[in-house]
Design a protein around this ligand. Structure first.
Ligand SMILES: NC(=O)c1ccc[n+]([C@@H]2O[C@H](COP(=O)([O-])OP(=O)(O)OC[C@H]3O[C@@H](n4cnc5c(N)ncnc54)[C@H](OP(=O)(O)O)[C@@H]3O)[C@@H](O)[C@H]2O)c1
Length: 303
């Protein structure tokens, strides 16, 4: 039996972790997030409100529940917002990680932390776990700084790096590429999509599974945890259109330079997954399998 405390449980990954924990008799879940619980089950686990910037409350909850592991998913994940608000981004993506490192060191708790492909500059993806980081955005810089402070700590840690997470959960605070493209194309709206950046999109269920594998295997070190298909962003959207039989002529190719986004993005990321497959037994779905899983969930919701 493993008792796991999850931060940011209202988020996309957080809610998928709740789903998996509910189906796993070996896991006792303490789900935490800001505000009320947004997972529809609201039973079979404990929910506590937790702002990850509140060090005293973190210590209180750890003393109350004595978890074996903490999966720290809460973060400031909007890359452009991070560029425009360094202070908030640093607090959430670095300061809060310090609090978790300290509490895990003090109480011998395993820390599973989520990181990103945006720690790389995108010049020579796909990347192994050992590749040299060079972030282009403030978001990427803060996620890298968090990785460094975890690596320098004395706690039992695993860092899972992921890429464009997609999926569907209740009451989402932000969309993702699959839902955005599907909604726009269904409405018949033309969309501009970059054709000069490449990614390996990750099904939220796969990432949640990988987090639990890290806990169950008491994993230590850095692990790549993305999907397995490397595609240009426009190809991702075209494959979404193909799956739902939507009008591909609405998809207009553009170069990333023309977007004027606040944060610079890496050109080509993607991960080599060999280590995670070998050490953790990670088995990500293909992109089409991932969309089919989402489709089933959408149909169940509308039934
Ligand atoms: N999504 C991606 O494409 C992607 C790519 C690479 C890496 N990652 C990493 O993967 C992790 C999980 O991402 P995700 O997609 O699940 O993100 P998400 O859906 O944005 O979830 C993050 C959750 O954290 C919550 N949160 C924000 N501030 C908080 C605070 N002060 N205290 C407690 N909770 C707080 C958010 O609450 P609200 O919902 O109320 O805002 C949200 O529910 C993050 O560490 C992210 O950096 C994500």
């Amino acid at each position: 039996m493993k008792r796991i405390l999850v931060t940011g449980s209202n988020g996309l990954l957080g809610q998928k972790l709740t789903d998996l924990s509910l189906a796993d008799p070996e896991i006792e879940l303490i789900a935490t997030s800001t505000g009320p619980d947004r997972h529809p089950a609201r039973a079979g686990y404990i929910y506590e409100e937790l702002d990850v910037l509140d060090k005293v409350r973190i210590e209180e909850l750890v003393a109350k529940y004595r978890p074996d592991a903490i999966i720290h998913t809460a973060a400031m994940t909007n890359v452009d917002a991070c560029e425009n608000d360094h202070e908030k981004c640093y607090a959430l993506n670095v300061e809060s990680v310090k609090y978790f490192v300290e509490v895990c060191e003090k109480n011998d708790i395993q820390l599973v932390h989520l990181s990103t492909d945006f720690i790389f500059d995108g010049e020579d993806g796909p990347y192994t776990e050992e590749a040299e980081p060079n972030p282009l955005s403030y978001y990427g810089q803060t996620k890298l700084e968090a990785e460094q402070l975890i690596k320098e700590s004395n706690c039992r840690w695993a860092i899972l790096r992921t890429i464009i997470v997609y999926g569907i959960v209740s009451d989402m605070s932000r969309s993702n590429i699959v839902l955005w493209a599907k909604a726009a194309l269904e409405k018949g709206e033309p969309i501009n999509v970059v054709n000069d950046q490449w990614r390996m999109p990750t099904l939220a269920e796969d990432l949640a599974e990988c987090c639990l594998l890290a806990v169950k295997n008491n994993a230590r070190g850095v692990f790549n945890a993305s999907g397995k298909d490397l595609m240009s962003i426009i190809e991702i959207v075209q494959r979404v259109a193909d799956y739902w039989n939507l009008d591909k002529s609405l998809i207009r190719p553009i170069s990333a330079d023309t977007l004027n986004q606040a944060a610079k993005r890496p050109k080509k990321t993607g991960f080599i997954l060999d280590k995670t497959i070998r050490v953790l037994g990670y088995q990500p779905h293909s992109f089409e399998e991932g969309i089919a899983i989402m489709e089933k969930q959408l149909l169940e919701r509308n039934a």
